[in-house]
Design a protein around this ligand. Structure first.
Ligand code: FES
Length: 607
């Protein structure tokens, strides 16, 4: 008997034999789980969490190797647990031997740093029996006379660390001032470093930046562990509406993940998380609210009202983030319920507010945020493009990691493909799905409606569904059968239809035609890896010359870095959030008509 097993966050799924344990099932689907002991329940490294489905009971080895808290939260050893039904299994990053492709690169922008936290090297006079001034006042007075600052408050944690630092260093110290508040008193040799984080629905990107020079000292990406509560935001919100405790769990998952990559980045640069004086976090509105412990239930139903839109400054310790104990987290402003601070960060990094031409920018993901600027007017929308680009709901779909097909070319009967890491193919990621369908359309193997015509490589699966074979099984070469099904094509049509509808409605709002777009900027991890020609072929993007399309990488992360090192950029971000007009797509009377036409292959120009 077979069970359908799904491994998250990779999105890898398929039929597995019921007599196989989860480690064997993972292996058969090309998911590499750490197994130092070779799967004999001795090393305890193959930890997974059972999210859904019935499984076998705990073994003695699991009870010995796992803590009570782990056992209670559904953690199991993959080599010891057997499925008793279809299952969904979460594989935490530490159990994955091949990392996910999480994007931390982005365009670099040179600005002169103007950090909100400034460091001042200070030498104060040592107290005597004739000079009994408390340490705190001694620092305020010297700072004011030497640097003309108006320091008037000191964080309680800075007060706690100050006497020892002063006395062990001949009354010399590095004073970290934010506005009029001293947030930290450290050794004179300490650096002024900051943390910028972009928390996406599926991925988290973190950066440690030198606050004085703006140089990125370290960067790291990790999958957002909240995926174990649902691939899309609405599922997560619904779980929270059902039980408020889920909000706390999800908040903690993200904070723990950020603390983990922060500690890793710090060790790369010989620093400690406590050396970080400030953090800037950008995220979509739902994740922003969860992270700040704000309510999110209201975001799950129309009219999707955020609890807060303004930038927020909160002590990192109130959120659980491990940086300097007196340090702050700054979040950029949100725009609407589904257009958040990450969108503002992207607009900041791409300089959209200063464009004099007609520019469209989009960050493609489970939710795609778009902004059109023309004639000094900026309009943003959010389009629910769904998780197809993450490989979800695609028969052989998976997220971008080693062995996933990311490029496809079809020539007659021949299919050429390229996999990430040049490994044997195990599935297909979003850019591979996009390429495959564009190639099928170009080769005339599917028609304008996305229906299969006839071809030697088209077969019927066990359920009678038509599918096109990208690979033919070859056990000698370790190649499994991987195909694109008629249902996969429908999923992509929905996703691309949602994006092209959003573009058309933005153009309508600005009274423009597609040919009048001077430039398209594609941001985000998925957008970086797509072939823009394929995106134009299927009609996800308008047919403008490709040299007018720019792929800029993680612009939201770049925007977070800019806001980290520059108070001026924080003000610009606020001005952007005020300037952008938010357009609710579903309220446009032409929405359905355009969406139906946009689901066809090719760009629909008939509006
Ligand atoms: S592989 Fe070592 S405990 Fe499972």
């Amino acid at each position: 008997m077979n069970y359908h097993i799904e491994f998250e966050p990779l999105g890898r799924r398929g039929e597995c034999q019921s007599e196989h344990n989860m480690l064997q099932a993972a292996r058969s689907l090309g998911v590499d789980i750490v197994n130092i002991c070779g799967g004999v329940s001795k090393c305890g490294k193959c930890r997974v969490r059972i999210m859904e489905g019935r499984v076998s009971g705990h073994t003695d080895n699991e009870i010995r190797l796992l803590s009570k808290a782990e056992l209670d939260s559904g953690i199991r050893l993959a080599c010891a647990v057997y499925p008793l039904s279809n299952c969904k299994v979460f594989v935490p990053p530490e159990s994955l031997s091949t990392p996910q492709r999480t994007q931390t690169e982005g365009r670099t922008i040179d600005i002169t740093p103007d950090p909100p936290v400034k460091a001042y090297i200070l030498e104060v006079s040592a107290p005597t029996l004739e000079d009994l001034m408390p340490d705190e006042e001694r620092i305020y007075k010297t700072l004011d006379s030497q640097y003309k600052t108006k320091a008037a408050v000191m964080d309680i944690e800075a007060v706690r660390e100050m006497p020892q630092v002063l006395r062990e260093n001949n009354f010399k110290a590095n004073i970290f001032l934010r506005g009029n508040e001293i947030i930290s008193v450290k050794l004179a040799s300490s650096r002024n470093i900051g943390l910028a984080v972009d928390i996406g629905t599926t991925k988290i990107a973190g950066y440690i930046v030198d606050m004085e020079t703006g140089e990125t000292l370290a960067s790291k990406g990790i999958m957002n562990p909240q995926i174990s509560y649902g691939e899309d935001l609405i599922t997560r919100i619904m779980l929270i509406i059902r039980d408020q405790k889920n909000a706390e769990m999800m908040q903690k998952l993200d904070v723990d993940a950020i603390n983990k990559i922060t500690a890793e980045m710090c060790s790369e640069i010989n620093a400690k998380p406590a050396d970080i004086t400030e953090a800037v976090i950008v995220a979509n509105t739902c994740i922003h609210h969860l992270f700040l412990k704000l309510p999110v239930s209201q975001l799950g139903k129309a009219p999707y009202i955020p609890a807060a839109r303004s930038p927020i400054n909160v002590k990192a310790r109130d959120i659980g983030l491990d940086i300097s104990p007196g340090g702050y987290i700054h979040t950029l402003p949100n725009i609407a319920g589904f257009v958040g601070a990450d969108h503002v960060a992207m607009l900041l990094a791409t300089g959209m507010a200063e464009k004099n031409s007609t520019v469209l920018t989009l960050d493609i993901g489970t939710n795609t945020e778009l902004c059109l600027v023309s004639g000094g007017k900026m309009t943003s929308v959010s389009s629910p493009s769904g998780p197809a680009f993450e490989g979800a709901h695609i028969k052989y779909g998976m997220r971008a990691s080693d062995g996933s097909i990311e490029r496809v070319r079809i020539d007659g009967d021949t299919v050429e493909y390229h996999t990430i890491g040049n490994k044997s193919p195990v599935g297909i990621c979003g850019s591979g799905v996009l390429d495959s369908i564009a190639e099928l359309y170009k080769a005339g193997i599917i028609d304008i409606k996305g229906n299969f015509r006839e071809h030697r490589r088209i077969i019927k699966d066990n359920d009678g569904m038509l599918e096109f074979l990208l690979t033919e099984a070859d056990s000698k070469k370790n190649i499994p059968e991987i195909s694109i099904t008629q249902k996969d094509i429908r999923q992509l049509q929905l996703a691309k239809g949602a994006i092209s509808t959003a573009i058309q409605l933005l153009l309508k709002k600005h009274n423009l035609r597609d040919k009048e777009i001077d430039q398209i900027i594609i941001a985000g991890a998925f957008g970086t890896y797509i072939d823009v020609n394929s995106a134009i072929t299927i009609g996800m993007l308008p047919d403008i010359p490709v040299d007018r399309i720019e792929q800029v990488g993680n612009a939201a992360g770049m925007g977070a870095k800019l806001a980290l090192i520059s108070g001026t950029k924080r003000k610009e971000a606020e001005a952007i959030a005020q300037k952008v007009e938010y357009l609710e797509l579903a309220t446009d009377p032409d929405f359905m008509k355009i969406f139906i036409k946009s689901s066809n292959m090719g760009w629909d120009n008939s509006r």
